[in-house]
Design a protein around this ligand. Structure first.
Ligand SMILES: Cc1cc2nc3c(=O)[nH]c(=O)nc-3n(C[C@H](O)[C@H](O)[C@H](O)COP(=O)(O)OP(=O)(O)OC[C@H]3O[C@@H](n4cnc5c(N)ncnc54)[C@H](O)[C@@H]3O)c2cc1C
Length: 359
């Protein structure tokens, strides 16, 4: 029969995980509730895809090593090559283009991975204290290992808690991030060679702006505030918000070009970490990964790289113990905690410094 794994969710975390698992088990099945589009467009369950995304070098290196030809495929899809910066990706694109390109490479390069879209997982199957698969609309899919890459709002740990397993302690940092994003055309002579422009104004309640060059000769502009009112969705007021930043670049770009989208908003009240590494008891056959463990403040651009690093850590734990070992969940969670711990603490400390004093 061979070994098998199920990955719940086809976001960047799920795709990275499926790639890693394909080296360790015979069959990997990725189950995604959204319809997965052929083209690079934001999906209903990944609304953050509309907003500017930057991939840090650690994530880029892993994705390049897992998916040969990634940089060329991204370039063919219109990603913008930018001068290499040690901290950032050397090509810049929208999050949907990155996700869509990786999904295509995964399907073509790893024949033992099957991605099934429009397939929502309803719950985990438990037998004798171990997770043995998932339930989809009453149908039972069995596997040696189930990995939930189902994002920040994952419900699978709650299901386990209802079945008597301990729930992880949760750390939260109040960030009150409010983002407003629009897309504008990009002319060849716009800030030649720039990757992102970020400006942060602590005086005005930590306002931030960034412009990311993306496919289709466009800029994604994301303005944001921490603990502030957030950028308004009215275009004129949005430009005023950009004008309040200490550097006029973004406001000038908005004044000179007509936006091709309305202002799209997104709010996140807290960054959140589930301390799965502290769980005293967790069922064999199941782990969570990615935003499901740690959902960072998006302004630190850590989520995709952290998910890739966690996927690598899962591969290391499986190489040591095997996919169905009762020791695997704890071995993985301890490794994941090492990947997450430092960036989480750096971000949490920086974010705590932005908090407004209480009344
Ligand atoms: C505004 C914003 C900006 C960001 N900017 C950056 C950035 O610049 N750089 C960066 O690295 N990160 C950034 N991030 C974070 C980044 O988007 C995520 O960390 C990254 O996408 C990894 O997420 P994930 O795969 O764990 O979860 P998600 O992307 O949330 O994917 C979860 C998937 O699981 C599926 N799913 C959920 N439940 C089920 C179910 N029951 N059955 C089947 N499928 C299910 C969902 O449909 C979804 O496709 C940003 C986030 C936000 C909110």
């Amino acid at each position: 029969m061979g070994t098998s794994a199920i990955v719940i969710g086809a976001g960047l975390g799920g795709l990275s995980t499926a790639r890693v698992l394909s080296d360790h088990v015979d069959q990997v099945l990725v189950l995604e509730r959204d319809r997965l589009p052929q083209e690079a467009v934001a999906r209903p369950s990944v609304p953050q895809g509309r907003h500017a995304h930057v991939l840090l070098a650690s994530g880029q290196r892993l994705l390049d090593s897992w998916f040969p030809g990634l940089a060329d495929e991204l370039a063919a899809g219109g990603a913008v090559r930018v001068p290499a910066d040690p901290g950032f990706l050397s090509s810049s694109m929208s999050q949907p283009l990155l996700e869509c390109t990786i999904r295509g490479l995964l399907s073509r390069q790893r024949p033992n991975v099957i991605i099934s879209d429009e397939t929502a997982v309803d719950g985990l199957l438990l037998e004798n204290g171990r997770v043995v698969g998932v339930d989809v609309d009453g149908a039972r899919h069995r596997a040696d290992l189930v990995v939930a890459c189902s994002g920040r709002h994952t419900r699978f740990l709650d299901q386990l808690a209802h079945l008597g397993f301990p729930a992880p302690r949760v750390s939260e940092v109040h960030i009150d991030v409010a983002c407003g994003t629009c897309v504008v055309p990009r002319r060849p002579d716009d800030f030649t060679g720039a990757l992102v422009v970020t400006v942060d104004d602590p005086v005005l309640g930590h306002r931030v702006g960034m412009m990311v060059p993306v496919e289709g000769d466009q800029w994604i502009i994301t303005l944001a505030s921490l603990h502030g009112d957030g950028p308004p969705d009215d275009p004129a007021a949005y430009e005023d918000f950009a004008r309040s930043l200490p550097v006029p670049l973004i406001a000038d770009a908005l004044a000179q070009a007509e936006a091709v989208t309305p202002v799209m908003t997104y709010r996140m009240a807290t960054s959140q970490r589930r301390h799965v590494e502290q769980l005293k008891r967790t069922p064999p056959g199941f782990v969570v990964l990615g935003d499901a463990i740690c959902s960072f403040n998006p302004l630190h651009a850590q989520g995709m790289s952290s998910a890739a690093l966690q996927a690598r850590a899962l591969g290391q734990a499986i190489a040591r113990y095997g996919p169905s070992s009762p020791r695997l969940p704890r071995a993985f969670y301890m490794r994941a905690a090492k990947v997450i711990g430092l960036p989480w603490r750096i971000a949490a400390r920086a974010d705590a410094g932005t908090a407004r004093p209480g009344p």
